[in-house]
Design a protein around this ligand. Structure first.
Ligand SMILES: CC(C)(COP(=O)(O)OP(=O)(O)OC[C@H]1O[C@@H](n2cnc3c(N)ncnc32)[C@H](O)[C@@H]1OP(=O)(O)O)[C@@H](O)C(=O)NCCC(=O)NCCS
Length: 191
């Protein structure tokens, strides 16, 4: 278990299938994800079975997001870990919509960043977000991500193309956000 402030991250289990299956077929959720086609229960079962069997590793971390009282509300992960370049791609889905915009997503992201930098020894975490996903962009900015470019007209949805915005955070930027770091410590004026 990886403890956050209001969430904990744990390994995904086969028994998570009912919730996960519902979330990956909910268009209100998947409109923000690279999930265009309906998913069968068998596909979701296979994904969770493979995840449980392979386990988490540097190359691919897949976790469930739980509230502190054990309610499973979403999934997140760090994918395509590069050992040489020390970076990985972050993905997140708070599938239970009643938990949106209440700080759970940003706590999950901060908890994942702490794991990425302090345990996996990454130097950079990056992600792609649709230009219209204002909530996610606000969440990532709050967590210290900065925009680093965009893939123009990269995704087709609802009759038009949308840009995917690239965002990232470096280890030194993450560390500067931690209490007690030089950046966050208030400077005492010299007399
Ligand atoms: C994106 C996601 C992980 C964010 O998690 P969350 O718990 O909803 O987000 P948080 O509450 O931590 O932060 C969201 C911030 O955006 C703000 N926000 C919400 N709607 C907004 C909007 N339309 N425009 C601008 N800001 C918005 C919130 O007020 C909050 O900021 P605040 O804490 O300063 O008030 C979650 O909403 C989610 O999983 N959505 C569906 C799937 C998805 O978009 N995944 C990410 C794909 S890149």
């Amino acid at each position: 278990m990886i403890e956050g402030r209001v969430v904990r991250l744990r390994a995904l289990e086969r028994t998570d299938v009912e919730r996960a299956y519902a979330w990956v077929n909910d268009r209100e959720v998947t409109q923000y994800l690279l999930l265009r086609y309906p998913m069968s229960r068998a596909q979701e079962e296979k994904y969770l079975a493979e995840t449980a069997e392979q386990g988490n590793s540097f190359a691919d971390v897949r976790l469930a997001i739980e509230t502190k009282d054990g309610l499973h509300i979403g999934m997140c992960g760090l994918h395509h870990g590069s050992a040489e370049d020390r970076h990985a791609s972050l993905g997140i889905m708070v599938g239970d919509k009643s938990y949106w915009s209440n700080g759970y997503g940003s706590d999950a992201v901060m908890t994942l960043l702490r794991f990425a930098f302090d345990q996996m020894n990454l130097n950079k975490v990056e992600l792609g977000v649709f230009e219209f996903n204002a909530r996610a962009i606000a969440c990532y900015r709050k967590c210290g991500f900065v925009e680093e470019g965009q893939r123009r007209e990269h995704y087709f949805q609802n009759g038009r193309y949308w840009d995917i915005i690239g965002m990232s955070i470096l280890r030194r930027e993450y560390e500067a956000l931690q209490p007690g770091s030089a950046e966050t410590t208030v400077a005492i004026p010299q007399t």
